[in-house]
Write a protein that binds this ligand. Structure first.
Ligand code: SF4
Ligand code: SF4
Length: 398
């Protein structure tokens, strides 16, 4: 049976009989390794590894999205537990995230971990080249590193960016200078198109892509990922837990292990970068990594969850087309909503909104909203609920 067939079938209850019956012991896996212990094959039993495309980097299927973590003890626990790949970004926590990663890894053997960071490409800026390079240099200073292993152009949402000659030139220059080992991009929107553009551009080695069981465009996305893999690209999955909560109220925590096991069914995904912020969630992820086969209860759970509204915006773009004013910012506002109600991070929500140049009158004058979101979002209500966070002083926000 081919892979596409397997992936289409797995959420169907008829596929239950094919699921594996592996299980993991309920132990605190984050405490497996000792302080500052070097990572070796012997110390990391049980977490499978995969190769990240033509970069040749071999990493465990579980990595750490450091984005929301502000406690270095969680980072330490992840490293001790055998994770080797850590993902941050220039903008996370206004630079404090990179600083925390840098402080933790400064005395570690550089061969025991790989670091990815991201900088958005503001191609509208007249001084794009200067600004882009300055940001990379600042990231390297915060990280206290001479180079990052993967450098992503952050959140590429529109086509026509990845193949922009100015961006291609700068990324090539960074790589030639040794400041970055591998070139990548991250994307939430127009993903199949972005992947094809990256293949055509020829310089991209890694794609960080939002990837989870909720996506309506999975067949198209899986096909594009396959084309990327055939061209030598490696794929890293983010947004695997669709916002971290099970319902639209943000009340109930999601079973991250089931979400991760689903992601790993696709052998073209090298690793996933869930953003665990607590030891409990880390243990939940490690449990999955040590027992990665999709289980019967995972399939039942995800099949039921697929029907829920939840908080994850698929970035399908339907709202932009259907909105009377074609508000291009709606998906990003929905992401800000998820950061607040799902991640419980109002500061990150405000940061996301602040980057959108909102007027505060986005939905003014509409008697009734014309948007029919396939994820069931009442977008006008969510816009009204989240945009006031822009007025809240930073010192009140977590
Ligand atoms: S808000 Fe709904 S319609 Fe708009 S991009 Fe997100 S999932 Fe699609
Ligand atoms: S209410 Fe807002 S989102 Fe809905 S159609 Fe009007 S402007 Fe667009």
């Amino acid at each position: 049976m081919d892979k596409q067939m397997n992936r289409r079938k797995f959420l169907s209850l008829s596929a239950l009989a094919g699921a594996g019956a592996l299980f993991a012991p309920q132990v605190a896996l984050s405490s497996v390794r000792q302080p500052d212990e070097a990572i070796t094959d012997e110390s990391t039993p049980g977490i499978p590894t995969r190769i990240l495309g033509k970069t040749g980097i071999e990493i465990p299927i579980l990595s750490m999205g450091v984005m929301r973590a502000d406690n270095p003890a969680v980072l330490r626990a992840a490293y001790r537990a055998g994770l080797t790949h850590f993902d941050t970004a220039h903008g996370y926590q206004k630079g404090k995230n990179e600083e925390m990663v840098g402080a933790f890894f400064k005395d570690k053997d550089r061969s025991t971990f790989t670091i990815a960071t991201k900088v958005p490409a503001n191609l509208q800026a007249e001084n794009f080249e200067e600004e882009y390079e300055e940001k990379l240099n600042l990231s390297l200073r915060r990280l206290q590193m001479d180079y990052v292993d993967i450098f992503y152009t952050h959140a590429v949402e529109n086509t026509g960016i990845l193949n922009d000659p100015r961006l291609v030139k700068m990324l090539t220059k960074f790589k030639e200078e040794g400041k970055i080992k591998h070139i990548g991009f991250s994307t939430h929107a127009n993903k199949p198109e972005q992947i094809d553009e990256a293949i055509a551009a020829g310089i991209y080695e890694v794609c960080l892509v939002s990837y989870n069981f909720k996506l309506d465009i999975l067949p198209e996305l899986d096909a594009a990922i396959q084309r990327g893999v055939d061209a030598g690209m490696g794929f890293v999955a983010m947004k695997t837990m669709v916002g971290g909560v099970e319902d639209a109220d943000g009340a109930q925590k999601i079973d991250g292990a089931a979400c991760l096991r689903w992601v790993w069914q696709n052998p073209n995904i090298t690793t996933a970068i869930p953003g665990f912020t607590s030891f409990d969630l880390l243990d939940n992820c490690l449990e999955a990594a040590h027992s990665p086969a999709l289980q019967e209860q995972d399939i039942r759970y995800l099949a039921q969850l697929k029907q829920n509204e939840m908080l994850y915006c698929q970035n399908c773009g339907a709202c932009v087309r259907e909105c009377r004013h074609h508000l291009a910012v709606i998906p990003a506002i929905m992401r800000a909503y998820m950061y607040n109600y799902g991640y419980k991070l109002p500061s990150m929500s405000k940061e996301t909104l602040a980057g959108l140049s909102l007027t505060g009158k986005e939905c003014d004058g509409c008697a009734s909203c014309t948007v029919r979101c396939p994820s069931g979002f009442k977008v006008a209500e969510k816009i009204a609920a989240i945009t006031p966070v822009l007025q809240v002083p930073d010192y009140f926000l977590a």
